[in-house]
Every structure is written in structure tokens, then in C-alpha cells.
Design a protein around this ligand. Structure first.
Ligand code: NDP
Length: 346
């Protein structure tokens, strides 16, 4: 009997364990190359954290693309589960602020870089990193927003804080058909600003950008020639996701007393500019970081996103993929080939 009992309890234990197994995209480094594969993990393999979350959706950001392909030094240690964003519901919590069943969203804080991230069906996280899902957003919608959309909101807020008002003139958005850019166009239009969108894909994405609210579509090539220190004043504000010579051109074209929110580097991390826009036109350049954004500002930004983004944004600017498609889309996003946001269903 004791033999049968032991065998039975083994089978039961295995069944329990199998029930707890979940799929994750795991990055490993072999001979300095990053390899991505789907693995079955169990909860005991998850890192430390007060809250266990069942992830419903993650999303693909430019940074995730760099991490998964290994094209950028994003991941600090391996093995790593990528995914800087996730949304889902709490399964278990050691923190009084969260109860099982609560809907949560997380972006940044180094998740998917130094701590296992959103591209897994379960994640264990610090309670301080979580934001309660605002009313009006589902897990999927929150991931259509994701780090990119959250960053777009921080950029828009920076222009508002700089007292740039719709009546002052047009706001320029670079990298407009990307994740950050497309949300920025939509948010600015909702707030009554007139928006000019700079894109390298006028034919393909011009109509979408117009639907999101851009009133002017400008070919990126117009921003690629070297800038003179000061050019004709055209923009009351700007949101730049590109950096390098495109940001230099933008700065040279800013109105007197205007402001630029700069968050990205898809065009390069250098900035070949002069001090002229700053000292002769009172132009302000505001850097934007979403990763370590303090909690109160985060919660406010998510509330604003839930309030401002129109239904049309969620209908137009999103592609849904499975975990197994993530490596291919990671390659695409690093080549500037995705449009709007890419969400991953877990
Ligand atoms: P996407 O790849 O979705 O969008 C970037 C867009 O930029 C592309 O869609 C493309 O738009 C344009 N683009 C691509 N390559 C080039 C190029 N070589 N030169 C000029 N334009 C180019 O990325 P995200 O929107 O997710 O991120 C945008 C940037 O913002 C990234 O650098 C990212 O790292 C950064 N970021 C920073 C954050 C922060 O906290 N500071 C947070 C989130 C993102 P089009 O075809 O319309 O020109």
C-alpha cells in the first residue's frame, strides 16, 4: 500500500506542477549571440517579487526588439524573459495594496531588462512597480498603449507643462507611425493641437496618420539634410522619437519660446546641433524618461491615457501576435518595419 501511496502522491505532485507550468519566451546567450525560444517554466523558477500576476497581454517596443534580437545591450543577465510591458490580473499577493483578481498594468522599472518581464504567462513583480488598470482600459487596450503610449503621454504632458497651447501653432511629431509617434499624434489631436507628422513611409502610413489626427504629413527626407543653425520658424512644439540629425533639424525650425520633448534614438543617439536655438530663440529641450518615472506621475498619466485616447486609436493602430511570432516582429521593429503598436497575447 505504501508503495502505491507514494506512487499516487508522485503523480498528484506532477499533475499540480504541470498545472502550474506556463509558457515564456526565454533569452539565452550562446557565444555572444542572443537566442530566443519558448520554454515551459514553473512558478518556482520565477524571480523574487511580492505579487504573482497572470499576464494576459504584453507588447513589443523598440527596446524589446533590441533585447530579443541582441542588437542592443538591453539585457543585463541571462536567462531573461523579455517584455518591458505587461497587463493582467493578480493571482497572489504579499502586499496589502493588491488582492487576487485585481487588474494591473506595468511598464518600465527595468522589467524585461534586469527582472523577468511580460513575455510569459506568469510574472512575479514588486508591488511598487504596478499600476491599477484604469477604468475604461482592458488588458489588451493597456498593452496597445504600453511603454510607447505611456511615453507619448509623458511627452505631451511635458509640452503642456511648458505652457505650449493649441493656439500657439503646430506641433511636430517625428517617427510618427511608430508606437510612441502614433499615440502622440492621437493624443495631441484629441487635445485640440494641430499636428504635423514626419514619416519615412508617407504612402503606406499617411492615411493612418491623418485618421489619427495629423493635419500635415511630411516626408522624413525633408529632415535628413544637415540643418543650418537656425532655419525658418515653423513649430510651436515638437515630440521627437528619432534623435540625431533629425532632432537637430527640428531644433533649428522651432518657434521663439517653443519646447521639444525628446524621448528616442531610432535615428541615432548623437545630436549634431548648435546652441543657437537655445540662446537666440529661447527653445527648451526636455528629455523624457519613462522607465523610472515616479509612481504618482505614472498613475496620473495612465488615467489621462484612458480618458483621452479615442476608440478610433484602438481600432486602427494595432497588430496582435502570439508569443511564437515575437522574435520575427522583434526583427521587424528594429528595422523600422512595424506600424503603430504590436501586442502579444499570452
Ligand atoms: P517604433 O519602432 O515603433 O517607432 C519608431 C519610428 O521611427 C518608426 O516607426 C519609423 O517611423 C521611424 N524610424 C525608424 N527608423 C528610423 C530612422 N533610421 N530614422 C528616422 N526615423 C526612423 O519605436 P517606438 O515608438 O517603440 O520607440 C521610438 C523611440 O523612442 C525608440 O528610440 C525608443 O527606444 C524610444 N523610447 C524611449 C522611451 C523613454 O523612456 N525615453 C520609452 C519608449 C520608447 P516612420 O516610418 O513613420 O518614419
Amino acid at each position: 500500500h505504501s508503495y502505491i501511496d507514494a506512487k499516487l502522491s508522485l503523480i498528484i505532485m506532477r499533475l499540480i506542477l504541470e498545472k502550474q507550468m506556463f509558457a515564456a519566451l526565454v533569452l539565452k546567450q550562446v557565444e555572444k549571440k542572443t537566442l530566443a525560444s519558448i520554454e515551459q517554466l514553473d512558478e518556482s523558477q520565477l524571480p523574487e517579487g511580492e505579487v504573482l500576476v497572470a499576464v494576459d497581454y504584453s507588447s513589443l517596443n523598440y527596446k524589446d526588439g533590441l533585447a530579443i534580437t541582441g542588437k542592443g545591450k538591453i539585457v543585463r543577465h541571462f536567462p531573461m524573459v523579455p517584455g518591458i510591458d505587461l497587463a493582467g490580473s493578480v493571482l497572489a499577493s504579499d502586499d496589502a495594496r493588491y488582492q487576487p483578481g485585481d487588474a494591473v498594468v506595468l511598464t518600465g522599472w527595468g522589467v524585461g531588462e534586469n527582472h523577468w518581464g511580460g513575455m510569459a504567462q506568469k510574472a512575479k513583480l514588486k508591488a511598487d512597480w504596478l499600476v491599477p488598470l484604469p477604468q475604461g482600459l482592458s488588458a489588451k487596450k493597456a498593452m496597445m498603449v504600453g511603454t510607447a503610449g505611456f511615453t507619448a503621454m509623458l511627452c505631451v504632458q511635458a509640452l503642456i507643462d511648458a505652457e505650449i497651447k493649441p493656439e500657439h501653432g503646430t506641433i511636430l511629431v517625428t517617427g510618427a507611425s511608430g508606437g510612441v509617434g502614433s499615440v502622440a499624434v492621437s493624443l495631441l489631436a484629441q487635445l485640440g493641437y494641430s499636428v504635423a507628422a514626419v514619416t519615412g513611409r508617407v504612402q503606406q502610413n499617411g492615411p493612418l496618420l491623418e485618421k489619427l489626427g495629423a493635419s500635415q504629413i511630411i516626408d522624413r527626407s525633408e529632415f535628413e539634410q544637415a540643418a543650418r543653425p537656425l532655419e525658418k520658424q515653423l513649430w510651436a512644439g515638437a515630440i521627437d522619437t528619432v534623435g540625431s540629425k533629425i532632432l537637430a533639424k527640428v531644433l533649428a525650425q522651432m518657434d521663439y519660446n517653443s519646447a521639444v520633448a525628446a524621448c528616442g534614438l531610432v535615428g541615432g543617439f548623437d545630436l549634431p546641433t548648435t546652441v543657437m536655438p537655445f540662446i537666440l530663440r529661447n527653445v527648451r529641450l526636455q528629455g523624457i524618461d519613462s522607465v523610472n518615472c515616479p509612481s504618482a506621475k505614472r498613475i496620473a498619466a495612465w488615467e489621462q491615457l484612458a480618458k483621452l485616447l479615442p476608440a478610433s486609436y484602438f481600432e486602427q493602430a494595432c497588430t496582435e501576435i502570439s508569443l511564437s511570432q515575437a522574435p520575427k516582429y522583434a526583427e521587424n521593429i528594429t528595422n523600422g518595419q512595424t506600424t503603430g503598436r504590436v501586442v502579444i497575447k499570452l
